[in-house]
Ligand binder design. Sequence first.
Ligand code: SAH
Length: 253
Amino acid sequence: MGSRQVLKRVIVVLDEPQDPVNIGAVVRTMKNMGLGRLHLARPGGFEPYRIQAVAHTGADIIESARVFERLDDALAGTRLVVGTTARGRRVRRNYLRPREAAAEVVGAVRSGEEVALLFGREDRGLSNDELDLCSRIVVIPTDPRHSSLNLAQAVLVLAYEIFLAAGAAPPFKKPRRASARASRDELKSLVGEVEASLHAIDFFKAHKVTPILRTVREVAARADLDEREAALFKAMAYEVRNYLARQGLDSTS
Ligand code: SAH
């Protein structure tokens, strides 16, 4: 199953979301990260127009969003339910980080399971009973004094990790070299030109020639100069000497 299909199948379940602005922001985030399905359990209000205004995009998600009277029904048919909570509560549970959970989510979807990501209501999150419905519980690490994220931002963190785990982010292409790597002869001639211009400004009255040129060579090697770049630096060094000669200031001539 390709990464797009994996992402499309993940269900985001919002339990009692109160603010259409948050629902809209969740929809936008889902579009950003390729997630396709939204279930709302007892939303404080489901006003597609207001949600759409915030989401900018995601009309398809809003149209196909399903609204349920009970959280149980919103989760019906799902095998792996990943709950989220801002802080580990008194009850002992096994908590996961988003990255670990994301790997499981992708694996489960690939093996054909229905997977839900469950988020709680803005003011009080998920209750212990609701967390009991979850097969995994994710805590997004934060400053412990400010552990409660905005609902859509919490969705984003988990969705982003799932996006990466699904392999949906293509690696950046390395820019192709505009010209070929400089040859050793070209580098040698660049260093020769630098040496001549440093002599011309009497640089070596205070510095030893060999170690300075070795450093120049090392820097040039590390920079991995291409032919065009090597030619440019060589021309700069040459023009220094040329200028000094024109002004009658070249200390070597
Ligand atoms: N005051 C509530 C926070 C609700 S924020 C509480 O303390 O639980 C709304 C929802 O965003 C939460 O129910 C949870 O699903 C998600 N969320 C917010 N911060 C989170 C965090 N640090 N880790 C995981 N989920 C978080």
